[in-house]
Design a protein around this ligand. Structure first.
Ligand SMILES: NC(=O)C1=CN([C@@H]2O[C@H](COP(=O)(O)OP(=O)(O)OC[C@H]3O[C@@H](n4cnc5c(N)ncnc54)[C@H](O)[C@@H]3O)[C@@H](O)[C@H]2O)C=CC1
Ligand SMILES: O=C(O)C1=N[C@H](C(=O)O)C[C@H](O)C1
Length: 272
């Protein structure tokens, strides 16, 4: 954002969710942004109540709404951690409102990603499976390590999340797999090993494997393992506080203000 520019108004979608509540507090506390809307699902009991008090803080003078059109009309940015179906719908609406759309949602099908790409022809979209500085740095490291090693080094990605997470592997795991594949100069989809069970036979050379753990309140843990004969490299990120994602998302919303329409990611935002 250029100096002297007006402070952007931000709408948080999915305001009642784990990330939504964190984002309402984070944006309301920031001197660099104004919270102008908090959106929940149709029929949610929070509709009409103050966004600050329902998320456990002081009143903010913003009534929670279930009307995205009304909310987005006031916004310069929409920060969205919801579900794939909701985010696809919001991408079109945010583009109509010419608001920067920051998408943290994960679990998209290829057809969803095409619709998001179409919306990005008209507005700025920043989408990343993980908005934290640490994970984006890890992705760059994974790419570099993969580029330095040959297929004698098997790549495996192990992720762990809380028991409520609905998609697997995590968006972050896929991001790390994509980065490692890029380092090797291959497409992830051609080399992706999707979970193993039963008599699977030996590991296919060059595959990138994924393993998933779900339980308790784990915020998010990711290992990128490079395993060869006689040695192993393990690159690890441990998230212990969802504030890291909220911080990254707000940074993306501010960064997006001066950009040309297009789809960007956190590597662009962070300049990594
Ligand atoms: N990119 C990143 O850095 C991160 C991404 N995530 C992703 O963000 C998403 C949300 O995660 P959580 O907050 O843990 O989930 P959650 O289930 O706690 O929250 C999602 C919220 O979205 C709301 N929602 C769904 N459809 C809606 C609609 N049409 N209109 C308004 N609200 C709607 C739900 O009611 C719920 O309150 C997941 O896909 C998760 O993987 C989570 C953390 C970090
Ligand atoms: O659902 C979550 O909680 C998280 N989702 C993102 C993912 O799918 O990678 C990011 C983070 O790990 C938390």
């Amino acid at each position: 954002m250029s100096e002297g520019a007006p402070i952007p108004g931000i709408v948080i979608t999915g305001a009642s969710g784990r990330m939504g509540q964190m984002l309402v507090k984070h944006v309301a506390a920031s001197p660099k942004a104004r919270l102008v809307g908090a959106l929940v699902r149709e029929g949610h009991p929070w509709i009409g109540q103050d966004a600050g008090t329902v998320t456990g803080g002081a009143a903010l003078g913003i009534a929670v709404t279930d009307d995205p059109l009304e909310a987005f009309a006031k916004a310069q940015a929409v920060i969205d951690f919801t579900s794939p179906a909701a985010s696809v719908e919001f991408a079109a609406l945010a583009a109509q409102a010419r608001a920067v759309h920051v998408i943290g949602t994960t679990g998209f099908a290829p057809v969803d990603l095409e619709r998001i790409r179409a919306a990005a022809r008209h507005a700025v979209i920043v989408r990343a499976g993980n908005m934290s500085l640490g994970v984006n740095l890890l992705a760059q490291l994974a790419r570099k390590v993969a580029a330095a090693l040959d297929d004698d080094w098997d790549i495996e990605i192990v992720e762990a999340h809380h028991r409520m997470k609905v998609d697997a592997p995590s968006g972050t795991a896929l991001m790390l797999g994509t980065a490692a594949a890029a380092g090797r100069g291959v497409e992830l989809e051609a080399h992706r090993a999707r979970g193993r069970e039963g008599v699977t036979g030996p590991r296919r050379r060059g595959d990138i494997g994924f393993a998933v753990v779900r339980g308790g309140d784990v915020v998010g843990e990711h290992d990128v393992i490079f395993a060869a004969d006689g040695e192993r490299i393990v690159l690890r990120h441990l998230a212990t506080d969802r504030a890291i994602f909220a911080r990254g998302a707000l940074r993306a919303a501010l960064w997006g203000q001066d950009r040309k329409p297009g789809e960007y990611d956190m590597i662009d935002v962070l300049g990594l």
